[in-house]
Every structure is written in C-alpha cells, then in structure tokens.
Design a protein around this ligand. Structure first.
Ligand SMILES: [Zn+2]
Ligand SMILES: [Zn+2]
Length: 144
C-alpha cells in the first residue's frame, strides 16, 4: 500500500512537471508564431506601398509571391499535434535524439533537423517556428 501511494505520488509529480513544460513550450511557440505572422503581414503591406511608388517593377511580383507562399505555410502550421494511432506507434518513434530516453507522453519535433527530443531539453536544436512543433501522445485534457 505504501509503495503504491509512493508510485502514485511520483506519477502525479511527473504529470505536474509535464504540464508545466507543455505550458511554457506552447506559449513560446505561440509567441514565435504570432510574431512571424505579424512580420509577414507587415512585409506584404510594405510591399503594396512600394508598388504604388514603383509601378511595373517585376521583382514586386516575385516578392509578393514568396510572401504569400510564406503566409500559406504559416497558416498550415500547428503548434502541437496529437499522435495519430498512438497505440500502433512503436517505442522507437519516441526516442530522444539527445539522451536516447523515451519521450513517451510528449516530445519536440523538428522538421528541419528531422529529429524528436524530450521536452526537458527545451528547444535544444536551435531551430524556430515553423520547423519546431510539439507532438503529444496524450492530450492536455488527458494529462488532467
Ligand atoms: Zn532543428
Ligand atoms: Zn532527451
């Protein structure tokens, strides 16, 4: 009974740490994302003003195209995704690139580096949104 209680206590403590880590990371990624969308929007507005001044400049369309493309990429970005078919996902898929531990409940995914790692390493690979996202095996609601 005593050890069962102890186990439960450790599990609760683990969940508390996990919830906190998720909160911090979600906020950080949300802030980065918001800033990127804002900057992109500002650049588009700036470009529109430039066009008024320099009509028929071909480079305008190239720049506009790339900014729209960026806006589209950003609109598809998701800060966190829930692992699909989690019961079928092998344990290896959760292995951390840095410490080789299994990041079983949540992990950081970097699309640029093509790696997954523990939330405890913060954003160690040095990349930013939209390369970075969070992958959860259990939703925030499930963590309680
Ligand atoms: Zn990276
Ligand atoms: Zn790790």
């Amino acid at each position: 009974m005593e050890s069962k209680k102890k186990l439960l206590f450790h599990f609760e403590a683990f969940l508390k740490v996990e919830r906190k880590a998720r909160q911090i990371m979600e906020k950080s990624l949300t802030d980065q994302y918001t800033a990127l969308v804002h900057t992109n929007q500002q650049e588009l507005e700036q470009l529109a003003k430039e066009f008024e001044r320099q009509k028929h400049d071909k480079s305008y369309f190239e720049m506009q195209k790339s900014l729209y493309k960026r806006a589209e990429q950003l609109s598809k970005y998701e800060i966190c995704t829930l692992m699909a078919d989690r019961d079928k996902v092998s344990e290896d898929a959760h292995q951390c690139h840095y410490c080789t531990d299994f990041a079983y409940t949540s992990m950081i995914h970097c699309e640029f580096c093509q790696i997954n790692y523990c939330t405890s390493h913060s954003f160690m690979c040095g990349c930013a949104v939209p390369s970075l996202s969070l992958v959860y095996r259990y939703s925030n609601e499930e963590l309680g």
